[in-house]
Design a protein around this ligand. Structure first.
Ligand SMILES: Nc1ncnc2c1ncn2[C@@H]1O[C@H](COP(=O)(O)OP(=O)(O)OP(=O)(O)O)[C@@H](O)[C@H]1O
Length: 273
């Protein structure tokens, strides 16, 4: 399914935390949202799964305004894996992953054998089969995050939203997660802090700064040292191939040139759309 943000502005706490964001995500592509803390990544994503209503603009899935979908249709279309999974779950891992099937049930419907198969497959993909009977509240942060991935996978929605999905995961599970996500063939929007993960696994990256989309395009074209320095205020050395850059970061030290601003021209490739 195609996802479109058309001139979206989000106002929270009396401030426009997302300003006139326009973005088109093609069906089956993996798009990474990157940007400093507070730049608006989560707020923009929240408009897609209707946790926030844009003050202006429209968010569409396959041409339909998400605000006009029924709750059930919206839940079938978009699954969400949040940044900080809840810790107060009084459910087992398997019961939690089964919650992903709810949008597929008729009212008061029971779990079917198909549900159980989908859940088993989702747990296998998320590497948590051996945790199936554990209570979620007893798991580590990374294990809990993988449970939330499995729940989102079990939802079988064509659009998947991941909000900083890897912040509790060790390095191996970070790569496993992104490999799994890429293999699904679904439309994926992921807020990511790790630019190396974004560069390696995303078809496109979208850079937000102070609520505005300042660049969008293929990672190797967008994530230039200049843009990284401007947006994140760090110096970067680029290793690896031109197609698959690997970044090493260094804090700007006193005496470095002043951090440039986005008023300076950005590479042409980086223009949104
Ligand atoms: N409910 C709210 N009320 C008021 N302000 C909010 C609310 N939620 C978010 N904000 C503000 O909106 C801005 C954007 O926040 P958002 O969470 O979208 O950023 P982010 O890029 O996802 O940040 P991070 O990388 O830290 O997760 C921040 O300044 C934040 O403080």
């Amino acid at each position: 399914m195609r996802v479109e943000f058309d001139d979206v502005t989000v106002r929270l706490g009396g401030r426009d935390v997302v300003q006139q964001a326009s973005l088109r995500v093609e069906p089956g592509s993996v798009v990474g949202l990157v940007g400093p803390n507070g730049s608006g990544k989560s707020s923009l994503l929240r408009t897609l799964y209707r946790a926030v209503r844009p003050r202006e603009g429209t968010v569409r899935i396959d041409g339909r305004d998400v605000q006009h979908l029924t709750g059930r249709r919206a839940a079938r279309a978009v699954a969400v894996m949040l940044q900080d999974p809840p810790t107060d779950f009084d459910l087992s891992v398997e019961e939690t992953v089964l919650l992903g099937r709810v949008p597929h049930h008729a009212a008061f419907g029971r779990d079917t054998s198909e549900d159980l198969d989908v859940v088993a497959d989702a747990m296998r993909r998320a590497g948590i089969t051996d945790l199936a009977d554990r209570m979620v509240a007893t798991l580590s942060g990374g294990q809990r995050q993988r449970v939330m991935l499995a729940r989102a996978l079990a939802q079988q929605s064509p659009v998947l939203v991941l909000d900083e999905p890897s912040n509790h995961l060790d390095i191996s599970h970070q790569h496993e997660l992104m490999t799994t996500v890429r293999s699904l063939g679904r439309t994926v929007l992921a807020a990511l802090h790790d630019l190396n993960l974004a560069a390696q696994y995303c078809d496109r990256v979208v850079v937000l700064d102070a609520g505005r989309i300042v660049a969008a395009g293929p990672p190797a074209l967008v994530l230039t040292p200049d843009l990284i320095r401007t947006t994140f205020g760090v110096d970067v050395r680029v290793h690896g191939d031109a197609d698959e850059p690997v970044f090493a970061f260094r804090r700007l030290t006193t005496g470095d040139d002043a951090v440039p601003t986005h008023d300076e021209p950005l590479p042409e490739s980086s223009l949104p759309r």
